[in-house]
Design a protein around this ligand. Sequence first.
Ligand SMILES: Nc1ncnc2c1ncn2[C@@H]1O[C@H](COP(=O)(O)OP(=O)(O)OP(=O)(O)O)[C@@H](O)[C@H]1O
Ligand SMILES: O=C(O)[C@H](O)COP(=O)(O)O
Length: 396
Amino acid sequence: MRTVDSFDFAGKKALVRVDFNVPLNERFEITDDTRIKATIPTIRKILADGGSVILMSHLGRPKDGPTEKYSLKHIVTPLSLILGVSVKFADDCVGEQAKEQAASLQPGEVLLLENLRFYKEEEKGDVQFAQKLAELGDVWVNDAFGTAHRAHASTAVIGQFFTDKICGKVMQAEIDNARHILENAEKPFTAIMGGAKISDKILIIERLLDKVDNLIIGGGMTYTFTKALGGNIGKSLLEADKLDLALSILEKAKEKGVKVYMPLDNVAADSFSNEAPRATYATGEIPDDKEGLDIGPKTIELFSSVVASSKTILWNGPMGVFEFPNFAIGTNAIAEAVVKATDDNNAFSLIGGGDSAAAINNAGYGDRVSYVSTGGGALLEYMEGKTLPGVAALEN
Ligand SMILES: Nc1ncnc2c1ncn2[C@@H]1O[C@H](COP(=O)(O)OP(=O)(O)OP(=O)(O)O)[C@@H](O)[C@H]1O
Ligand SMILES: O=C(O)[C@H](O)COP(=O)(O)O
């Protein structure tokens, strides 16, 4: 694949697909700008060469055309501040005005297009829509790793209209790091899987069983395992149709010699709220009227000791409802353990998943692990061994 560093952008208008699908609060402020910051090296390289940049992205999943909530205009000021360049905005991603704005861009300038998903053609992978977008630039750079698992107009279909298809720096780093984990992981290799649902992570867990020495299971998915083993989980998150699956994962892990670590204790609350009264219960002993929202202190100790002796660590999914500060203790402690192993044991640590990235950044550890992926679903699909359309489009 052609890389940004190997291409001279002088005098070129680079149409760059980025993933600016970032979380916004009710005042339309960005609450985690990891994905924006990640694209800065690609943009700077193009500008430094004497090129101009036309950025295109989606934001959220708008269903009914243009919507204030999903407008990329909310990104213009934060992006300008991070980049140190006054970013222009096109309030439509295609059409005459966008064309004129793109055509009049001077070297060193940056234009951000309005949300691609305001057109249903984007997600449908419509060829004519892709062609209209393609008319805006001389070369296509795909730096949207987070959206590379979608075969959409701007992420994949558009590739056919360019001779120069270039792999962005985010895309390149993501692929390199994911490959490193899958192909050259130093042992002991520990996967820490958390988050809400087993069903989201089942394929990656199964694939990882061939690679890892230790599998740590935490977060909401842990209760389905506990229930399957006959424990009481109270009102905790349960995927009742995944009980057999949970048992089969444990069985397969045993067959493959993978050590599985599950919580010893859990912090459970009266209700799903930060202020709810809470107490710690041994695994399998959560009362009927309580729900488990975090791992407990003995579990933190156990998981931290496994992490401490690891040389490769893959972490996907928080250990509890980290959005509530009272139940972020387990997630923050594991983040600390991962940082410590990275520092003291020279471990390679990769954090994947939108919520996991937010958790590690909230804990202030984003730059103290080996790599924080900008991919959620895309990283999981890559790790499951699937071909990502956004990557394939660069290779063809
Ligand atoms: N014990 C629990 N009970 C209920 N929800 C939980 C529990 N533990 C974690 N969660 C929730 O799981 C969600 C994160 O899970 P998810 O699998 O989506 O993580 P991720 O893969 O890092 O993120 P993303 O899907 O955004 O890429 C969080 O919203 C968190 O509150
Ligand atoms: O956040 C993501 O995983 C990507 O931006 C893709 O978004 P999507 O799941 O709405 O396609």
